[in-house]
Write a protein that binds this ligand. Structure first.
Ligand SMILES: [Zn+2]
Length: 85
């Protein structure tokens, strides 16, 4: 099985549920990153995960950077878990 293709498929499957932490725009998967229509982009790590952090709280969400980081970790974990099944 092509692991990289599998991971990419998994990421594409969850991308529609993700929102940009900077502007809350929809994220779309491109070659090596997730990007929103406003031009914020987040690199896909070689291991297949994406860290959705801006280093500052998102506008109007009340989420702290730590909360956003925790969410990113949770997403990475759930994608990994999903791949195991
Ligand atoms: Zn954005």
């Amino acid at each position: 099985m092509d692991v990289k293709a599998e991971r990419r498929r998994a990421l594409a499957a969850v991308a529609e549920w993700l929102r940009c932490p900077a502007c809350a725009g929809a994220l779309a998967l491109s070659e090596r990153s997730l990007a929103c229509p406003s031009g914020h982009s987040f690199d896909v790590a070689r291991q297949g995960y994406v860290t959705l952090t801006t280093g500052r709280p998102g506008p109007g969400t009340g989420d702290s950077a730590a909360m956003v980081a925790g969410f990113s970790l949770a997403m990475a974990w759930s994608v990994e878990s999903w791949q195991m099944t």
